[in-house]
Design a protein around this ligand. Sequence first.
Ligand code: PEP
Length: 258
Amino acid sequence: MTDRTPLVAGNWKMHRDHLEAIQLVQRLAYHLTEEDTDGQEVTVHPPFTALRSVQTLIDSDRLRLILGAQDCHPDAEGAHTGDVSVPMLARLAVGYVIVGHSERRLHHGEDDALVARKARAALGGGLRPIVCVGEGQAVRDAGRAEEVVLAQVRGSLEGVEPDDPARVVVAYEPVWAIGTGRTATPDDAQAMAAAIRAELAERSGAAFAAGVRILYGGSVKPANIRSIMAQPDVDGVLVGGASLSAEDFALIVGHRRL
Ligand code: PEP
């Protein structure tokens, strides 16, 4: 089996201005030990307005955190009012970018084809995309979760095939579990992660699929992190609400000592 470096990603959504962001990262750094970050990657994804201040802090204090963004435009530049391009993010030393989060799919009408364009743009600009997929409650109730999620994987990863599979991350985030306090069971998270990996193996070969990291996201907390991380096909987590608490996020990152 390929060794996959675990990834713990904190998605701050539209929370924290650039000054609050500095405080949050400083508190997080205070709570994290070297042991916590050894052997795994930890990303923080503040809003665009806070990227610069967080990047400066990571740089000046040599923090073992990777800067992440929450979205990008597929084009490198152009008449796209309000959007931010991959080259702009790369200039700020952003390493990872979330694409296709369910909130963008829902509120901004993003479809799989657009998500794939963003993911390809990210890779082309030297960033690593975290490509989000996940079914809604009605789909799960109808027993169609796997079918729908695998179709999203095919569409959202169209043409996304870097030489190094570690450059692509897929985040399985059941929509009904995001911000609701309801979590998929560890068994359900494992089953979907395994199905996603099998789909990638069929498309790009077993070696590629074995190198792609698959995250679970949806109400991850210090209380459930260990059982989620114990699943063999789950290589990390995408954390929303709990990443806004330095103490909770540090506990999640430091799950190996919980
Ligand atoms: C998310 O924003 O991707 C997420 C999983 O949020 P939460 O952890 O709050 O459910």
